[in-house]
Design a protein around this ligand. Structure first.
Ligand SMILES: Nc1nc2c(ncn2[C@@H]2O[C@H](COP(=O)(O)OP(=O)(O)OP(=O)(O)O)[C@@H](O)[C@H]2O)c(=O)[nH]1
Ligand SMILES: [Mg+2]
Length: 1039
């Protein structure tokens, strides 16, 4: 097949029925890029001899060197199979660190090819990508790759191979099954609730049968099975593959059995009865060879490159074209999901917005159809590629494009850009005054996007809808029939831009296009000023922004970055800004300390970001700090039984009181009081207010719940804020349900006398108002409106109470305390601060002590006097914030304190002979093996372990080295875990001295971490400088 011409592709773009937008998804190294190579070769873009070896879509140098894909990239292919098809193929990375790239790819597709390694089977990332495909409602097909390994490496017989393949299919289907079941159950529960709301009270006793409903739903189309035609067996590296269709075709001719019959029986428990010349069921029971083994695998095993094995390309592409939906077949459900952002429900959107749904479903390229485009990521392209192809007419091949010419064109381009953006005068003069800056080729960003409706044309103006844009607001403010060239500056989250250039994505090259009709994937140039990472573009202001992408990876590894030469700081800042735009997952921020910090998903991702920054975006030498490991601080319950030293409990308390006293030295210590139960009472310097606070550890489940519901808590906080401002907010039923769910769960978890009525008394969450710590109102006589008030809207009871003055100061103090704890200024986690006393005296002189201890809304009238009587200590609110913060810190210190470490989980696959070494490495790095099992049919073991993030750097490399490359772990952030050792513990008894040494810091992991953080932050580190103090004393005695 020759090179497909651009005209051909443009003409194919006009027929959405024959377009397939698909991505290739798999666990790392299962052969996605190799498979893509075969498909690319079919279009003559690379030679078929190189297919499988070139990994054409891995265009970056580091991708080639490391052998893993890091960015998803797209290519448009032409394929004829009866009809002419246009395939927009996106290759995605499989490494966990880059799972955000998978999200950006999946959003633009209608279908996915899921690749599974025939030897390794379903791996963690396979499950993740199946879930991602599911969440985006796109249809998957399966390619079981590397069949050759079963023959060559595992040396399985054909019968064994069949059993093995069957098991892999079962595993994949099990994952799909779980996803499906949970969805059906969720929908059923929703329906039930709706019914209840409509007043259809189900009569009589209700017996819930949770499995009911599942049987009614047809799920057969969901599963992968060769007889459904959605599975291909392949060896991408050798370029062959087959589905049972080919074999059915051959044997139906050869044996005179109907093709349809063969299609149904070639996979499964069927065998050929030679005598009767009939296909019978029950091969396994009768000990017969299944048809698949006899007719398919035996052939492959005996003739490794038999005539029956077709080129992989035609097999897999035929499956893709038949089994994956075209853009026209987009499910209504998927559209609604894309359009209903956050808490809003689709039917609560404005009518005009709901009308847009038809535009989506029609995927029409008519003149009148509104343009709707979604940009899922911005990627930086080499200027040469970009410029050459946009000048396609003059310079055809990008590789031959001389750099000087490209720079010249670049200069022209930037100038025209600047003129068109002439509003930005500063920029213009800046550029003009520094002509040498222009010499440097500038990074150009191209948006990776898809047209959902309408035709986009070059230079067309569209609205850019920010993620928070509200179509209702836009519609009410904008005049009827306004277009994107009008002024929209007064509407929040809405701006306009023009699409300067449109490109066809061809792997490493871009081809310029004039217009792109609906249903296609494309690149858009000229958006870098308007779009940061992703955006929705439309000509209709009624269009809502699409739901944000589902990212699976949490950015957790942070490093501080500095230029080697301080004078290059501006270049670094610009480079980091570009990096932030070019990477969907990396975060760039300036910390309170002034450091420039880069947050990435993992070690490999970090390395790629640093390389990008150095070679591409900043083009300067940079130095990165050691990774900054996040910790959390928490308190735990005092141990009931002390293993080492029975006296410790008492001693600790004494020690703490001592500590607190010490800490408050230099200040009038009569303002601070700590009682033996851990209640800290603190009076403000002006002696007008006194707070009493106690720190209580939250049960683990509560902490976990709070952490996982941070989104809900944030929404709750927003709702409360607008209620306080007197605004009414249209909250969807689903949000309210989520809030009341959270409340119910908290109530069931916070049981016992200590927590009586605690959920109602929650004052705030923190830090940042949605974190995993609680401020509890235990002030006698203070009834403040509940944080759950949105649940009981309309009830009179909730309106009867009012906030006391300075209520907000208490919350602020708590937020500050929760943001940085006393151990090493890291955020707190799982701590409840119970405010047990809050006295405010009405007037300044301290002698009127009795007048102000009572509290309650009755005081509200007198409060302004106090606020007005500003004294030498500053405003009351400020003092109160500081007092609450201090009291929280002291209360925290009065409990046994612990550090919490971030933990990774990892799954390591290793053969039995290297198992010992894997355990060795894990043990050395404080890892803990959760379980270990043997993968059936292979000699591999799968080990699941957890490992502190702090110990993880170089882990993957070390494992690989120690096992000579046989085991390669993937680290995924999992949870926070309390480090059991007490960083403040000191040996007190003789045995302890003997065992731990005088300083006891040799084995104290928590102390090591804490001091490292303190040192990094420039805090005081308490270390003993005097070595062997005792010995000196003994010497002295002896003299
Ligand atoms: N034996 C065998 N090896 C294969 C086959 N397909 C791919 N490989 C090898 O598997 C390795 C990984 O292939 P890639 O195509 O880079 O895998 P990938 O899924 O793109 O990997 P990531 O993009 O990093 O997730 C390469 O060394 C390939 O040569 C196959 O069919 N048989
Ligand atoms: Mg790859």
């Amino acid at each position: 097949m020759g090179h497909t011409s651009l005209e051909k592709i443009i003409s194919l773009q006009r027929n959405p029925a024959n377009i397939r937008n698909l991505c290739i998804l798999a666990h790392v190294d299962h052969g996605k890029t190799t498979l893509a190579d075969c498909l690319v070769a079919s279009n003559g873009i690379i030679s078929s001899r190189l297919a499988g070896k070139l990994r054409y879509l891995d265009s970056r140098e580091d991708e080639q060197i490391r052998g893993i894909t890091m960015k998803s990239s797209a290519i448009s292919l032409h394929y004829s199979h009866g009809n002419e098809y246009l395939l927009n193929l996106i290759d995605s990375p499989g490494h966990v660190d880059f799972s955000s790239e998978v999200s950006t790819a999946v959003r633009l597709c209608d279908g996915a090819v899921v690749v599974v390694d025939a030897v390794e089977g379903v791996c963690p990332q396979t499950q993740v990508v199946l879930r991602q495909a599911w969440l985006e409602n796109i249809r998957p097909v399966l390619v079981i790759n590397k069949i050759d390994r079963l023959v060559v490496e595992l040396k399985l017989t054909s019968q064994e191979a069949y059993t093995h393949l069957k098991k892999i299919l079962e595993q994949v289907n099990a994952v799909t099954g779980t996803l499906f079941t949970s969805k059906v159950l969720e929908e059923r529960a929703e329906k039930e609730e709706e019914k209840e709301k409509e007043g259809e009270k189900p009569s009589g006793d209700q017996v819930y049968d949770w499995s009911a409903g599942l049987e009614e739903v047809d799920d057969s189309h969901l599963y992968f099975s060769p007889d459904q035609g959605n599975v291909v067996f392949a060896s991408a590296i050798d370029g062959w593959g087959f589905s049972i269709r080919q074999f059915a075709h051959i044997y139906s001719e050869r044996m005179g059995i109907k093709k349809e019959v063969l299609l149904k029986t070639l996979w499964g428990d069927f065998y050929l009865n030679m005598k009767a010349k009939r296909i019978m069921k029950g091969a396994q029971a009768k000990g017969k060879k299944p048809l698949f083994v006899q007719l398919v695998l035996d052939n492959i095993w005996s003739l490794y490159d038999a005539v029956v094995i077709r080129r992989l390309v035609s097999v897999s592409l035929a499956m893709v074209c038949e089994k994956l939906p075209s853009p026209l077949e987009m499910a209504a459900e998927r559209v609604e999901k894309l359009m209903s952002v956050g808490a809003r429900r689709f039917d609560s959107l404005p009518e005009q917005t709901q009308h847009l749904k038809t535009a989506f479903l029609q995927c029409s390229s008519e003149e009148k159809a509104p343009v709707i485009v979604f940009v899922s990521k911005m990627f930086a392209v080499d200027l040469c590629v970009c410029v050459c192809s946009c000048r396609g007419a003059q310079t055809h091949k990008l590789k031959t494009c001389p750099p000087t010419l490209s720079r010249l064109i670049n200069m022209q381009r930037t100038r025209t850009d600047l003129v068109s953006l002439s509003a930005n005068m500063e920029n213009l003069t800046l550029k003009d005054s520094k002509p040498e800056e222009e010499e440097e080729p500038k990074e150009t960003f191209v948006a990776f996007a898809r047209v959902y409706s309408g035709v986009v044309r070059r230079g067309q103006r569209v609205f850019v809808l920010g993620p928070k844009y509200d179509p209702a607001q836009g519609l009410s403010t904008l005049p009827e029939g306004c277009s994107a060239s009008d002024d929209v500056s007064e509407i929040p989250h809405l701006s306009c831009c023009s699409m300067e250039n449109l490109y066809l994505l061809m792997g490493r090259e871009l081809e310029e296009l004039q217009e792109v009709p609906a249903g296609n994937v494309l690149g858009i140039g000229g958006l870098e000023e308007y779009v940061l990472k992703s955006a929705t573009l439309s000509t209709a202001p009624a269009c809502p922004p699409f739901t944000p992408l589902n990212f699976e990876a949490t950015p957790i590894v942070r490093v501080a970055i500095e230029p080697k030469h301080p004078s290059e700081m501006p270049k670094l800042v610009r480079g980091m800004r570009l990096l932030n735009q070019a990477d969907p997952c990396a975060e760039v921020l300036i910390q309170e300390t002034g450091e420039h910090v880069l947050v990435t998903a993992g070690e490999v991702h970090l390395q790629r970001c640093l390389d990008d920054l150095r070679d591409r975006f900043a083009k300067i030498e940079i130095s990165a700090s050691e990774p900054i490991i996040p910790f959390r601080e928490t308190v735990v319950r005092p141990p009931k039984v002390d293993m080492v030293n029975e006296e410790l409990g008492k001693q600790q308390k004494v020690a703490i009181i001592h500590q607190v006293k010490e800490a408050s030295q230099g200040r009038s210590s009569d303002t601070l009081h700590l009682d033996s139960s851990g209640l800290v009472t603190l009076t403000t310097p002006n002696r007008l207010a006194t707070v009493g606070i106690r720190a209580i550890p939250l049960p683990q489940e509560v902490t976990r719940l709070l952490e996982s519901s941070s989104e809900v808590i944030r929404t709750l906080e927003q709702v409360n804020m607008s209620l306080r401002e007197g605004k009414s907010l249209d909250i969807s039923v689903r949000t309210l349900e989520a809030i009341s769910d959270l409340k119910a769960q908290l109530e069931s978890l916070l049981q016992g006398r200590k927590w009586r009525n605690a959920v109602e008394r929650i004052w705030a969450f923190g830090p940042r108002r949605y974190g995993p710590n609680i401020l509890l109102n235990s002030v006698e006589g203070y009834q403040r409106p509940s944080v759950w008030q949105c649940l009981s809207r309309g009830d009179k009871a909730s309106e009867a109470t009012a906030l006391r003055d300075f209520d907000n100061s208490i919350i602020s103090g708590f937020q500050l305390a929760a943001l940085s704890g006393p151990m090493c200024e890291e955020p707190l986690m799982g701590v409840c601060f119970s405010v047990e006393r809050w006295d405010v005296q009405s007037t300044a002189p301290p002698q009127h002590q009795d007048s102000g201890t009572a509290a309650g809304p009755s005081h509200a009238g007198r409060r302004p006097e106090v606020a007005a009587s500003s004294d030498c200590y500053g405003p009351v609110s400020g003092q109160l914030i500081a007092a609450v913060k201090e009291a929280c810190r002291h209360a925290f210190q009065a409990q046994p304190q612990r550090l919490m470490a971030a933990m990774y989980t990892c799954e390591i696959m290793a053969t039995a002979d290297v198992l010992g070494r894997v355990y060795g490495v894990l043990g050395k790095r404080e890892g803990r093996v959760l379980h270990e099992e043997m993968k059936e049919g292979t000699d591999m073991f799968i080990i699941k372990a957890v490992l502190p993030v702090a110990e993880s750097f170089g882990f993957a490399d070390e494992i690989r080295k120690r096992t000579s490359g046989l085991a390669s772990p993937q680290l995924v952030f999992s949870h926070w875990e309390v480090i059991s050792s007490d960083p403040y513990w000191v040996p007190t008894t003789e045995e302890e001295y003997l065992h731990f040494g005088e300083k006891a810091d040799s084995e104290n992991q928590a102390l090591k971490y804490m001091n490292a953080v303190r040192r990094r932050k420039g805090l005081y580190v308490e270390e003993k400088i005097v070595e062997h103090a005792e010995k000196q004393r003994t010497l002295g005695k002896n003299k």
